[in-house]
Design a protein around this ligand. Structure first.
Ligand SMILES: [Mg+2]
Length: 212
């Protein structure tokens, strides 16, 4: 019996374009302005620095670390605001959350840092009982089975009472399954198929409600 539905954020609820713009356009552009490099040279340097840290380290996710590291004269709020218009919630999301929130407690389990979550879920936050940032709240970089266990503990439910949905096959599908949760893999590109693969959240809703 599922009581809690956990959702990933980037690529699941919200298009990743906003995040991509902040990291791949905003920071390189400001670094280009600061150093006088052209944009492409600045971006290549900045991305090289990202790669030197890598996604296994908390710094990778930490906007302030990069603003300070590159010596940029911008506040993190200000930088996020520059791309606010790029935040695009997938079209089916509000309707699906409306339905699901009537029968389930909804939570978000995202790798994104808290400052990104606050911006990206601005219009959706009332649907969620809890919003977990794995990096900001748990100080971990990956959604390991252990993290899903912590989410369950925090919600006061058993793993088998939770269904997680997200678009990363390993961290949103295999990892929650390993922790004893139910999981659906969201494949918006339609590359995989299977009984627990859905193309959008409407399909997930149909599976959850047993309509297909
Ligand atoms: Mg994702």
């Amino acid at each position: 019996m599922i009581r809690v539905i956990s959702l990933d954020m980037d690529g699941t609820l919200v298009n990743t374009r906003f995040v991509d713009k902040v990291w791949m356009e905003g920071i390189p552009m400001l670094y280009a302005e600061k150093t006088g490099l052209d944009f492409l040279a600045a971006r290549s340097y900045v991305v090289g620095e990202y790669m030197n840290i890598g996604s296994d380290h908390l710094e990778w996710y930490d906007l302030l670390y990069w603003i300070d590291g590159f010596g940029l004269k911008v506040g993190k709020e200000e930088l996020l605001q520059m791309y606010e218009d790029e935040i695009e919630i997938f079209p089916e999301v509000p309707e699906v959350l409306d339905y699901l929130s009537e029968s389930y407690d909804l939570v978000v389990t995202s790798n994104a840092a808290r400052e990104f979550i606050d911006f990206e879920l601005d219009g959706l936050s009332e649907y969620f009982r809890e919003i977990f940032s794995v990096t900001s709240d748990f100080r971990e970089v990956k959604k390991s089975p252990l993290i899903y266990g912590k989410v369950c503990a925090h919600m006061g439910v058993k793993p088998f009472e939770v269904l997680h949905i997200g678009d990363h096959y390993n961290y949103d599908y295999e990892s929650p399954l390993e922790a004893g949760l139910d999981a659906l893999f969201l494949d918006r590109k339609g590359e995989r198929s299977g009984p627990e693969v859905v193309g959008d959240l409407r399909e997930a809703l149909a599976l959850i409600e047993g309509c297909v």
